[in-house]
Design a protein around this ligand. Structure first.
Ligand SMILES: [Zn+2]
Length: 117
């Protein structure tokens, strides 16, 4: 079975397995109707930069969009880890430059995907 290719819904960046992202899961089910029916579940992904950008931006149009936007705002507002992940992706290029002659001056390189406070 091929692995599901996931792309950020906003910027279309491919999100590889293990890549930091925000996933929204959505399904529909009937209530008070027999037989009870349930749709398949969909997963919608946003990269950290788009998640933070959306959360900081104005409320979108449409009731479903607003509901999703409020959930992302909850995540971004509850803990700085997602914002840091967004910055981490942006500064990743700089971190990969060799630090020649600066041993002992710069802090040791961070291990990928892990933050120490
Ligand atoms: Zn994105």
């Amino acid at each position: 079975m091929p692995l599901e290719n996931l792309y950020c819904l906003r910027c279309n960046q491919e999100l590889e397995a293990g890549h930091k992202s925000v996933a929204l899961y959505m399904f529909a089910q009937t209530v008070g109707v027999r037989p009870r029916q349930k749709s398949g579940a969909r997963r919608i992904c946003f990269c950290p930069q788009c998640s933070v950008s959306l959360a900081m931006g104005p409320a979108p149009e449409g009731a479903l969009n607003v509901a999703a936007w409020q959930m992302i705002r909850d995540l971004v507002g509850a803990h700085p880890a997602l914002t840091e992940a967004a910055w981490d992706d942006l500064s990743g290029v700089v971190d990969e430059l060799p630090a020649t002659g600066t041993e002992g001056i710069l802090p040791p390189a961070r291990t990928a995907g892990y933050f120490e406070f």
